[in-house]
Structures are given as structure tokens and as C-alpha cells.
Design a protein around this ligand. Structure first.
Ligand SMILES: *Cc1c(COP(=O)(O)O)cnc(C)c1O
Length: 388
């Protein structure tokens, strides 16, 4: 995109045009997919800046440029999955580092920290929504890194990013925010002082449930250089075709997030009134204990809703088997609506006693509200409730 020196282009515009420039050699309006592993050299060591696609690929570079712009970062590194992005950060920390992690993070993050990296670093888990106890824990544990996910999954607890950054700075800890649930359209952790943003691009950023990918956004500096080195040295690079698909998906990120947020608000209000629902957790509802904080640090509430159905496993199962439009599947953030049962599905890797402590009970159901027509979504929920 040509640089307008007066005023930076808006999010919606950058999502389409940064990294989306027409191909300079042919004029093709859509960037080509450089489906290549290697690049021809004219003489040994003489090349056009590209040697091997684990290191560099022009399609991947376009995606990185676009995403860095959307999160407001100097750099973006894309990886073959969200967990690969998380793993790169773990590899980049000096061995034996202390990592303080939120206690309600994505199940795969929890599994990576407790079953893969537990001998490399020292991990502790804390409720990052409770600033008082977190302050004490940070002072005592002196972490090098604080890892937060906000809203959390699936309890949709909100952590105060700016306040946590302040606490972390006191012990010179870096703060990573897993921004997957919000996308840069609704929440920009770097602008609140966080050091690194992590995404599973599999979810809202790509938005079409057809790619697995991850991203890290951060500013220039030694840690960024180390991550860039590791992206090549460890090798979790994103394929050219997947990069291209995500680049295409991002073009509609703003409109998708608006639509998903609007639908989710209506679904949440519908659920809150339903006789067969015990309670609903959605940051956009006034009943959410951190509704004020959600409004303060983000510009929307996204499409994730958690609710407790009246009854137990039997009733949940009946509901999940009865929905027709909502697809029963793990993952989230696509244009199509999904429903899932965290205790059996996404959070099965979290030990039962910890699930209980976190409130992930057998009657808990998680929705990822898509962008279908709201009337069809509500009608589907209605007929499923009628069957239990
Ligand atoms: C899915 C997800 C991840 C992991 O990303 P993958 O792309 O599946 O590896 C991490 N954090 C959150 C919040 C997620 O939803």
C-alpha cells in the first residue's frame, strides 16, 4: 500500500491493502501464491533476497506485513499453528525462566506448559483477574514472563491488560497476551503496554475454518531477533498456500467481527431469558462481572458465549445432539456457528479437579456465534432447547 504521510489508513483499509498490493511483475490484483521451496541463484550466494522457503517466502511475508500493521507492531512472525507460536516463545526464553500463566488459558497452552516445557522453565498459574493476589504472586515469584489470555477460555474472564503490564514491569517481566478471542479488530494489547501478542490464526483472523496457523506480533529488539532466528532454526513455518488463504480471510476481518459481535449479543440476551438456562457468561452482558473492564479495554465483545444449561451431562448431550445449524465441533471464530462441550472436548486435557475448580462443569456449553442470520440461529437454539 502506498504510504499516505498525512494520516495512516484505517483498520478496514489496511486489512485489505497492506501486504495486498498487486503483483508488480504482472499487475495481478491478487498476490500470487509462491508455492516454492527454493529459489534460483545466478551465482553461488547471489539471489534476490530469497534462498529457501523455511526462511523466507514472499506470500508469507505479505501476511506478516499485514498482521503487524493490524496489531500495531513493528513485526509479525507467522507459524504453522497457534501452539507453534507459543512454542517459539518458550524456546526464546533462557532455560530455567519463570513463567506466570493465567489459570484459565486454552487447554493446549496449559498442556504445553505442564507436559512439554515443564523441564525447560518453571511455571506457576494464577488467577490473572484478581489483581491483588496477582501483585503479591508476581513480587514473590519474580517471573520473566507473564502469559495472559483475555477473555479466557471457556469462562470468559477478563484480565486488565494495562494493570497487569504495570505489575509485570516492576519485576521487568515481559507480558504476552493471547489475543485469539478478540482479534486485533476488537483489542490491541500492544497499545495497552503488552510486549507480545500471540494469535491462533486458525480462529477469527482467518475466519473460515480452513487453515491452522499462529502468529506473534511485537516490536523490534533482541527478543524479536531471537524469535525470527528460531522461526527459521526450529522450523514451524506457515505454508505459502495457507498464508495466502489467511491473507484473503483477513480482508473481511472487520466486517466479520462486527457481524459476529452483533449476533452474539442477541444470542446472549436470548439465552439469559431462557427457562432452561441457569446462567450466561458473555462480556457484553451487564451481568458479566467485568463488563466495565471489557468495555474499557476493548472495542467489542466478540462472538464467544458460555452458558450453563439446566441439568447435567444428560441434558447437555441432548442439546448438543439436537442443534442443527450450530455444528458440534471444537475450534471457533469461523463464519459458521459452532457449539461444543469443553469438559469432554477442548478442555479434556485439563485435569478433572482443575476443571471443577475453574467452573468447567458438565452442564457448561460454549458457543462460537457465526455470521448467519440471527433469526436462524435463535430458531435452531429454540428447537434444541425444546428437546431437553
Ligand atoms: C486454538 C487456540 C490456541 C491454539 O492454536 P492452534 O492454532 O490450534 O495451535 C491458542 N489459544 C487460544 C485462545 C485458542 O483458541
Amino acid at each position: 500500500m502506498k504510504k499516505n504521510t498525512k494520516k495512516p489508513a484505517a483498520f478496514e483499509t489496511r486489512a485489505i491493502h497492506v501486504g495486498g498490493e498487486p503483483d508488480p511483475t504482472t499487475g495481478a490484483i491478487m498476490p500470487p501464491i509462491f508455492q516454492t521451496s527454493t529459489y534460483v541463484q545466478s551465482s553461488p550466494g547471489e539471489h534476490k533476497g530469497y534462498e529457501y522457503s523455511r526462511t523466507h517466502n514472499p506470500t508469507r511475508s505479505r501476511l506478516e506485513e499485514c498482521l503487524a500493521s493490524l496489531e500495531g507492531a513493528d513485526q509479525c512472525l507467522v507459524t504453522s499453528s497457534g501452539l507453534a507460536a507459543t512454542s517459539l516463545i518458550m524456546h526464546a526464553l533462557p532455560h530455567g525462566s519463570r513463567v506466570l500463566c493465567g489459570d484459565d488459558v486454552y487447554g493446549g497452552t496449559y498442556r504445553a506448559f505442564t507436559k512439554v516445557f515443564q523441564d525447560m522453565h518453571k511455571f506457576e498459574f494464577a488467577d490473572t483477574t484478581d489483581l491483588k493476589s496477582l501483585a503479591a504472586k508476581i513480587q514473590k515469584f519474580k517471573p520473566a514472563l507473564v502469559w495472559i489470555e483475555t477473555p479466557t477460555n471457556p469462562m470468559l474472564k477478563i484480565s486488565d491488560i494495562a494493570a497487569i503490564v504495570k505489575l509485570a514491569k516492576k519485576v521487568k517481566a515481559k507480558v504476552v497476551v493471547d489475543n485469539t478471542f478478540m482479534s486485533p479488530y476488537f483489542q490491541k494489547p500492544l497499545s495497552l503496554g503488552a510486549d507480545i501478542v500471540m494469535h491462533s490464526m486458525t480462529k477469527y483472523i482467518n475466519g473460515h475454518s480452513d487453515v491452522v496457523g499462529g502468529a506473534l506480533m511485537l516490536d523490534n529488539g533482541p527478543f524479536c531477533d531471537k524469535l525470527r532466528f528460531l522461526q527459521n532454526a526450529v522450523g514451524p513455518c506457515l505454508a505459502p498456500f495457507d498464508s495466502w488463504l489467511i491473507l484473503r480471510g483477513i480482508k473481511t476481518l472487520a466486517v466479520r467481527m462486527e457481524a459476529t459481535g452483533k449476533n452474539a449479543m442477541k444470542v446472549a440476551e436470548y439465552l439469559e431469558k431462557h427457562k432452561k438456562v441457569v446462567s450466561v457468561v458473555y462480556p457484553g452482558l451487564k451481568s458479566h462481572p467485568q463488563h466495565g473492564l471489557a468495555k474499557k479495554q476493548a472495542s467489542g465483545f466478540s462472538g464467544m458465549i458460555t452458558f450453563f444449561v439446566k441439568g447435567g451431562l444428560k441434558e447437555s448431550r441432548k442439546f448438543l445432539e439436537s442443534v442443527e445449524l450450530f455444528a458440534l465441533a471444537e475450534s471457533l471464530g469461523g463464519v459458521e456457528s459452532l457449539v461444543e462441550h469443553p469438559a469432554i472436548m477442548t478442555h479434556a486435557s485439563v485435569p478433572a479437579n482443575i476443571r471443577k475448580e475453574l467452573g468447567i462443569h458438565d452442564n457448561l456449553i460454549r458457543l462460537s456465534v457465526g455470521i448467519e442470520h440471527i433469526d436462524d440461529l435463535i430458531a435452531d437454539l429454540d428447537q434444541a432447547f425444546a428437546k431437553i
